[in-house]
Design a protein around this ligand. Structure first.
Ligand code: NAD
Length: 509
């Protein structure tokens, strides 16, 4: 795939315009598949965050953006979705050359998901209950009571490198749908598609409604999370940084949503149809080289089926074709960086050292034409116990841990024995058994005989240390509003307002 775009320099996007960083400094974005320089991007700092937040503040406080009627706002969301579709090829290219995601996945899934999210929320906005009227109370007396849903204000969106555009959209779309303004801080490996997305969105929203400040997490991210003029912070990333963001946001008691890490359990029951459970489990863990927060990285298998399951998983894993993400024939691209590759390889060494058996992969992979890329073979360990490091910590790479069980209740107990609770799955032919297991699993989403099936009209988010709050669906609209109760008494005479007697025994003039 080739696209004729200048990807060499990207400034910040503030107040509807491209602007250089105040330091004039830039940082490099490299293609993880080839090591080549893709672009130089403005290195924002605290002063740039102030500029972007001020622009977002003005757009919220001083324009009628927040007061737009739902019908008109819905039209804006549709218009954005058409713009994304019109720029699909360029967005897919920018995403693939920086994140290592395959164009096959980005084109067939990510772009469509983004378009559909804006359209789904466009429909939801028209039906959303912005004002609810309560029945007049018999006591203490007649009154009109409303509950109003109002935008929160300036929202900071801090996003990771694995699915940069999709995750930015999970925050931007509901924020705009409810009349907020946004400052996005993308991960430094993958800022390009988010910058382009902001430019696209700015074609249909007033200046300052969407802004992007690129730069280091410790500077730009921390400043946004603690900024007194930012009303909400929506963060997706590691649990470790999520804790820090929560602490920073606490200083000004910001509304905070967190989408964090996972170590998701995948349970194959003994009656499962292995012809779908095995490719499904590999799809669940090796898509995007395991760099998806909801990947099913712990596979629980019945003891007596262990050998047949592992033998077939290894055969199937051998068919996964690593390659340049721009080649539609590639199943999987690289991991994001040299550093991430080293981290994953060190987890593989830890697995071996703790006594797990490596049955597939385990090495850096060499890919023809991508000699400087960061590829890792799909890796499978068996004889893993749930207390090993590779079963407890999020690796964020193509590593599957197979854990045996003899009793389903034990499998569920091990599945839940994790600080994380993002996703879980169960494979069985018995739907009642599936629901029974699903009820007991501590996770924000449970897939039965499937994996990775997120929907734009359904909430996504974590239990336990996988996060706070939900994205997508109607829940995400709630997450970008605050609630106001408005009371009007219909009792005109003071002496009939018996509750005044709690203070004044005589209200007669
Ligand atoms: P990360 O936590 O390192 O970084 C995420 C973002 O936070 C980046 O933009 C980074 O620059 C910024 N950041 C870093 N330090 C910061 C600080 N001190 N203050 C404020 N911001 C800071 O995560 P990552 O490595 O980019 O992404 C991988 C992680 O994201 C994995 O743990 C994965 O599970 C998680 N993730 C979760 C979801 C979800 O929906 N739950 C989705 C995708 C990824």
């Amino acid at each position: 795939m080739t696209v004729n775009v200048d990807v060499k320099t990207f400034p910040l996007f503030i107040n509807g315009k491209w602007e250089a960083a105040s330091s004039q400094e830039t940082f490099e974005v490299l293609n993880p598949a080839t090591g080549e320089l893709v672009a130089r991007v403005a290195k924002g700092n605290e002063a740039d965050v102030d500029r972007a937040v001020d622009a977002a503040r003005r757009a919220f406080d001083e324009t009628d953006w927040k007061d737009m009627k739902p019908k008109d706002r819905s039209k804006v969301l549709y218009a954005i979705s058409y713009q994304i579709a019109a720029h699909a090829e360029e967005l897919a290219y920018l995403e693939a050359v920086s994140s290592g995601g395959t164009v096959r996945r980005i084109g067939a899934n990510d772009i469509l998901q983004m378009v559909d999210l804006f359209q789904t929320l466009a429909k939801f906005v028209e039906e959303y209950e912005f004002s609810e009227t309560l029945p007049s109370p018999p006591f203490p007396g007649p009154a009109h009571n409303f509950i109003w849903r109002e935008p929160i204000g300036v929202c900071a969106a801090i996003t990771p490198w694995n699915l940069p555009m999709v995750i930015a959209t999970w925050k931007i779309a509901p924020a705009l749908a409810m009349g907020n303004t946004v400052v996005v801080k993308p991960a430094s490996y993958t800022p390009l598609s988010t910058l382009k997305l902001a430019e696209i969105i700015s074609q249909v929203v007033p200046p300052g409604v969407i802004n992007v400040v690129t730069g280091p997490g410790a500077e730009v991210g921390e400043k946004l999370a603690s900024h007194p003029k930012v009303d909400k912070v929506a963060f997706t990333g590691s649990t470790e940084v999520g804790r820090k963001v929560m602490q920073l946001a606490a200083g000004t008691v910001k509304n905070t949503t967190l989408e964090l890490g996972g170590k998701s359990p995948n349970i194959i029951l003994e009656d499962a149809d292995l012809s779908i459970a095995l490719p499904g489990s590999l799809f669940g863990v090796f898509l995007h080289s395991g760099q998806l927060c909801e990947s099913g990285t712990r596979l629980f298998v019945p003891d007596h089926l262990h050998d047949v399951i592992v033998e077939n998983l290894v055969k199937l894993a051998g068919k996964i074709k690593l390659g340049n993400p721009l080649d539609p024939a590639s199943d999987v691209g690289p991991v994001i960086s040299q550093k991430q590759k080293e981290t994953i390889l060190s987890y593989i060494e830890a697995g071996k050292a703790e006594g797990a058996t490596l049955v597939c992969g385990g090495n850096e992979a060499k890919v023809a034409g991508c000699e400087n890329g960061h590829f890792i073979e799909p890796t499978i360990f068996t004889n893993v116990t749930n207390d090993m490091k590779i079963a407890r910590e999020e690796i964020f790479g193509p590593v599957l841990s197979v854990i045996r069980y003899t009793d389903v209740e034990d499998a569920i107990k091990m599945a839940n024995d994790s600080i994380y609770g993002l996703a879980a799955g169960v494979w069985t032919r018995d739907v009642n058994k599936a629901y029974e297991v699903a009820r007991k699993l501590q996770a924000g989403v449970v897939w039965i005989n499937d994996w990775h099936m997120l929907r734009n009209d359904a909430p996504f988010g974590g239990y336990k240390q996988s996060g706070i709050g939900r994205e997508m669906g109607k829940h995400s609209l709630d997450a970008y509003t605050q609630v106001k109760h408005v009371h009007t008494s219909m009792v005109p005479e003071a002496h009939k307002r018996t509750w005044y007697g709690l203070l004044l025994s005589d209200t007669a003039e």
